[in-house]
Design a binder for this molecule. Structure first.
Ligand SMILES: [Zn+2]
Length: 65
């Protein structure tokens, strides 16, 4: 049996970073499910990120009838 002298390189390729989540501020990497907005903003497809994004971007106000 011939032994392969090469070092086996089974290290996983680092996923490519596509952008930054406007919700949690974390990296959005290839293969993740996201929500993309018309202005190019991206957030993870995640309740936490969606909520964080809304609270960050929206204006807080109290409504009265
Ligand atoms: Zn996020």
């Amino acid at each position: 049996m011939v032994e392969n002298g090469m070092t086996v390189n089974v290290k996983f390729k680092e996923p490519r970073v596509i952008g930054e989540c406007a919700g949690c501020g974390g990296e959005i990497v290839e293969g993740e499910t996201i929500v993309e907005f018309p202005d190019g903003l991206m957030i993870h497809y995640d309740r936490y990120c969606a909520m964080a994004f809304c609270l960050e971007s929206g204006e807080r106000k109290t409504v009265w009838k």
